[in-house]
Design a protein around this ligand. Structure first.
Ligand SMILES: [Mg+2]
Length: 328
């Protein structure tokens, strides 16, 4: 791939060449390819993750106030800690800022990061500020690992597939913000987009209790993120679209349209698999999760991801707008 651009090689293509060549440490408990790495630091097992919000890629500056932007950039990282059942503890912040960006706005952004970190039980312990052509906020977050680790690998045929909260609202907001959807300002969807709620309590409980066999957060859309679980667990899945939880506002705006609930990203809900034998324990714990959780399908043998429409018939995945299960 010597002369090719990263755009041509693609994220998946690039990572699949890079990752096998990375040196490994005996203290790497879980390496790349998960929501967080798990490493041994002294006697402690620690979760470690990094994510960035980049102007022009993830947001336009008029979409979010600086304070909201700061909050969101922390919360998306906390969601990766939730997906591994951890507790966010310490973070460092890498800010890249246009010289014309107002100092007052940067202070508000920083205040947003600190507020979100505090709300999640974490503290900001350092960072770096650099000049750049576009605003970008990268946060590296350390978290306490649960006693029982849960990753994207571990789903088995017969497991039930569950998702927390509701899906599709953040994508609805992005569509409206990009001007692709007319009509009323979708206030509830915009709130979901601006203020994701990492499911820390549910993630922790589901991991510690050993109820789930695999878990991921829904950042790229239900089918794509379920694709990650299937790929890493060596299984397939069947999803019933009618079961995919949507908010009342979603139903009012889009009726029975599945597209954004199945494919929309940035909901930061949890997606997990539960072996049949653990269903009674899940029901016992349900009230303590801090959010609703809904069964949307089953894990199957064979590596196919199938989607059943409201009539119970299989829908061609391409017809739902999704055509590359295996990428990323
Ligand atoms: Mg994630």
């Amino acid at each position: 791939m010597a002369g090719r651009t990263i755009g041509a090689v693609g994220e998946h293509g690039f990572l699949s060449r890079l990752l096998p060549r990375l040196p490994v440490s005996p203290d790497t408990v879980v390496g790349p390819g998960q929501d967080c790495a798990v490493v041994r630091c002294g006697r402690q097992r620690v979760l470690f993750t990094v994510d960035a919000l980049v102007e022009g890629t993830h947001f336009a500056t008029h979409w979010l106030s600086p304070y909201q932007l700061g909050r969101k950039s922390f919360l998306v990282n906390a969601s990766d800690i939730a997906a591994m059942g951890g507790r966010p503890r310490f973070c460092v912040v890498g800010l890249q800022v246009r010289p014309a960006y107002r100092a007052r706005d940067l202070s508000a952004l920083q205040a947003g990061i600190v507020a979100a970190a505090t709300a999640c039980g974490a503290v900001v312990v350092g960072g770096n500020l650099a000049r750049a052509a576009q605003l970008s906020i990268a946060i590296a977050l350390l978290g306490e690992a649960p006693r029982r680790l849960v990753t994207r690998a571990g789903a088995q045929a017969g497991d039930h597939v569950y998702v927390s909260g509701t899906l599709g609202d953040a994508a609805r907001a992005v569509r409206w913000l990009r001007g692709a959807q007319r009509g009323h300002r979708p206030a509830q969807a915009l709130r979901r987009f601006a203020e994701p709620t990492p499911r820390l309590q549910a993630g922790r409980l589901l991991a510690e209790s050993g109820i789930v066999s695999s878990m991921i957060d829904v950042s790229d859309g239900l089918l794509r993120d379920l694709g990650h679980i299937c790929e890493q667990s060596g299984v397939g899945a069947v999803i019933r679209t009618a079961a995919v939880p949507r908010s009342d506002a979603y139903r009012r705006a889009l009726g029975s349209s599945d597209l954004l609930a199945l494919h929309g990203g940035e909901d930061y809900e949890l997606l997990c698999t539960v072996p049949e034998r653990n269903l009674p324990r899940l029901e016992q714990q349900r009230a303590r999760l801090g959010c609703p959780i809904t069964c949307v399908g089953r894990i199957t043998a064979g590596r196919r991801l199938r989607v059943l429409g409201p009539d119970g018939r299989e829908m061609p995945i391409a017809a739902t707008g999704y055509d590359h299960f295996r990428t990323r």
